[in-house]
Design a protein around this ligand. Structure first.
Ligand code: HEC
Ligand code: HEC
Length: 323
């Protein structure tokens, strides 16, 4: 018995050393979720950075190069939000780029980043601390690096700013068998390929801008359409509300009846479905590993690719503005 205990203890000691990197969440448990992870396509067309851009309703103008300057992101509608704390507006002279570049001034974000609206300051602060301490890593370690470059004061200011941003309906979910062929650009954003060719959707979610030209300008008024497999919203609803006969715990038990959050459990309604997929995979491989994240471990352990796709389709289709 003692030998067994010793063997287990030694085994545990060596797991981290020999285990190396955690498994890649894109291919966790034999699933292929790589389509939800932003990577530039080999043949993406380059942007012309000198073109001057406008968006409807704003008197401002920026060149495409200025729009994509993550250290000084555009602010098309300054009258629509509280004054920016410096860390949100600009990372001038620092390792930290302005949050508003990837998450937009509105916080609604793009599928390749995350939607920060409708989340509490406590939740946002905890996530930034988790990124800092390595309890959470994002696929490209971008947020981990950014959070590590932030001071405590900046974490507090950024969390308060985004917690004050109201969620809005940002994703239109459409069930379909066929989707347009797409590519991802240098900024890892997915666009419809010119030429009108279609392909079967399979067990994937394809999220593209409602208006590609405006989304390329980081317009905070223009959201996304998410193509999801036929029947997936109803399948996702069944799992989210009943737990599918013990396969998982109903999401509504913790995330609230409208999935808009409950205490420390965050809102998930209306999030980008590709973001949801990346998180469900992340809980499976342990790239989210805080104490609170342990609550999600049991939830995801038995989910198949179809379950994950269906849950993400359903969750994204829910109204984030409900309380
Ligand atoms: C270069 C792009 C980029 C910038 C700039 C950026 N983020 Fe992020 N952010 C991301 C990505 C990518 C993710 C994670 C997506 C994933 O896990 O798939 C993320 C996720 C997050 C999350 C987790 C959201 C959730 O629902 O759990 C928070 C919080 C966050 N970012 C806050 C910030 C703050 C605050 C700043 C400014 C200091 C910032 N981000 C700047 C790209 C960025
Ligand atoms: C036992 C409670 C519990 C149940 C049941 C549960 N969750 Fe969660 N979930 C949490 C907690 C707590 C967090 C936040 C973890 C943290 O703070 O990092 C979370 C986080 C998440 C996130 C990440 C949100 C973000 O902004 O990054 C997603 C996505 C998610 N849950 C989806 C689901 C889905 C889908 C279901 C149902 C299949 C579900 N959850 C069921 C407790 C739960």
């Amino acid at each position: 018995m003692r030998i067994l205990v010793l063997a287990v203890a030694i085994g545990l000691l060596f797991v981290p050393a020999f285990g190396g990197k955690p498994p890649d969440s894109r291919w966790v448990n034999g699933m292929d979720l790589s389509w939800a992870f932003p990577e530039p396509s080999p043949d993406f067309p380059p942007e012309d950075n000198s073109v001057v851009k406008h968006v409807p309703g704003s008197s401002k103008s920026y060149t495409q190069g200025q729009v994509d300057d993550i250290y000084n992101p555009p602010d098309w509608f300054p009258e629509e939000h509280a004054p920016f704390p410096k860390v949100v507006a600009s990372g001038e002279g620092k390792a930290t780029p302005g949050c508003a570049s990837c998450h937009l001034a509105s916080g609604s974000g793009h599928p390749e980043s995350a939607n920060l609206t409708g989340l509490t300051a406590d939740y946002l602060t905890t996530q930034l601390q988790d990124f800092r301490q390595g309890l959470r890593t994002d696929p490209r370690h971008r947020m981990s690096e950014i959070a590590k470059g932030m001071t405590d004061e900046e974490v507090k200011e950024a969390a308060a700013y985004f917690a004050s941003q109201k969620p809005r309906t940002w994703i239109r979910v459409v069930e379909t068998d066929m989707v347009p062929e797409t590519y991802m650009n240098e900024g890892r954003r997915r666009y419809v390929r010119p030429g009108g060719k279609m392909e079967p959707i399979g067990s994937r979610i394809i999220e593209v801008p409602e208006d590609p030209a405006l989304v390329t300008c980081r317009d905070p008024h223009t959201g996304f359409v998410a193509y999801v497999p036929k029947g997936s919203i109803a399948k996702g609803e069944a799992i989210a509300t009943t737990g599918a006969g013990g396969k998982t715990t109903p999401c509504i038990a913790c995330h609230g009846p409208a999935l808009t959050g409950l205490g420390p459990v965050p809102r998930i309604a209306g999030h980008s479905p590709n973001y949801i997929v990346r998180q469900l995979a992340g809980f499976q491989v342990g790239s989210r590993n805080s104490d609170l994240d342990q609550l999600m471990k049991g939830v995801v352990v038995n989910l198949t690719q179809d379950d994950i796709v269906s849950l993400a389709a359903y969750v994204a289709s829910r109204n984030p503005e409900k309380q």
